[in-house]
Design a protein around this ligand. Sequence first.
Ligand code: HEC
Ligand code: HEC
Ligand code: HEC
Ligand code: HEC
Ligand code: HEC
Length: 204
Amino acid sequence: MTMNTSIRPPATGTAASRRKIALYTLLLACLVATPVVAQQIPGPTAALVPENIAPHPAPEQPLPFSHQTHTAVMPVCQACHVNPDPGIQMTFPDTAICMTCHSVIARDRPAIETLHAYAASGQPIPWVRVYAIANGVTWSHRVHLDVGTECETCHGDIRQAESVAETRAVRAMATCISCHEAHAAPADCVSCHAWPTDQDLGFD
Ligand code: HEC
Ligand code: HEC
Ligand code: HEC
Ligand code: HEC
Ligand code: HEC
């Protein structure tokens, strides 16, 4: 029987073009969506930076400074941690910032006496570093803050911390690379290391 094959029912052609249109719409949606995906960093609850499995006790600090107490009265992190050019560091607060409150607040406490002694000495308070990245790694806070990454994504729930401990595995190379890959950020060796270059390793 020739009738079966010679004429296709018109409905089939329509369905095929609908499928084509659907496919092109999907492709277009992907193209439009890609730059958005590369820019957006989910909030602090997203497990982009895993918890440290091994305990990392908080180091003993020169003063019993509590983020829990202080972020309750000073909620903006950048009020204390400023990010000067070239944007690598967040820096520790100038003692003058502490004195705006502690010239009066808790003036009778021994720790605040010590704070006044630091202020009078003109020397910065010798805070012990908690998160310290390995030598030779290219790092900048600025590039990460510019794409909307929140402090808590990398440092955990600092607002609840009596003392800062290294609760997050943010210094690990695997953490850097997996977040970069998830957000279409550069993940070739030279993005984070001056040496070895991809060429040194024969990748180019
Ligand atoms: C993408 C992850 C990431 C984000 C987001 C991030 N940090 Fe950091 N932070 C790090 C790493 C890694 C180090 C260690 C860097 C080093 O040793 O220079 C660090 C170190 C620090 C330090 C000590 C060294 C310095 O830079 O002065 C402070 C203070 C700090 N961060 C505060 C903050 C604050 C406040 C925010 C939010 C405004 C923030 N960080 C956002 C990863 C991050
Ligand atoms: C916005 C005001 C404010 C600023 C700025 C501030 N503090 Fe405080 N600080 C407080 C308050 C409020 C308390 C709780 C006092 C209490 O327990 O009654 C406190 C408590 C403390 C204590 C505990 C005192 C004790 O022994 O009970 C220390 C230590 C301290 N602050 C250090 C600092 C340092 C260091 C800085 C600067 C980096 C600073 N503070 C900046 C308001 C401030
Ligand atoms: C009142 C000033 C003040 C405010 C506000 C403040 N910090 Fe801090 N921060 C400090 C001081 C002082 C230290 C050093 C002592 C310590 O480690 O607890 C510090 C240390 C840190 C460190 C450890 C850095 C390292 O590697 O040694 C991180 C991370 C940090 N702060 C993040 C934050 C975040 C995130 C916020 C906002 C949620 C915030 N801080 C708000 C004063 C402040
Ligand atoms: C929470 C996700 C996240 C984590 C964790 C993270 N990064 Fe990034 N990083 C990004 C994103 C997104 C960009 C791209 C920013 C842009 O497109 O401007 C970026 C950009 C950079 C750049 C600039 C690259 C270039 O050539 O423009 C460097 C360098 C960098 N990150 C180093 C690191 C290092 C080192 C670590 C680990 C200690 C780290 N990052 C951890 C998300 C992350
Ligand atoms: C997104 C940032 C990032 C990229 C991309 C990256 N690294 Fe790393 N790398 C790091 C960080 C951070 C450390 C430090 C890890 C630590 O302290 O445990 C590190 C450590 C290393 C070390 C150990 C060095 C030492 O002194 O302990 C080697 C080797 C290394 N990386 C090689 C590479 C190679 C090869 C590539 C490319 C395939 C690469 N890295 C890509 C961030 C990165």
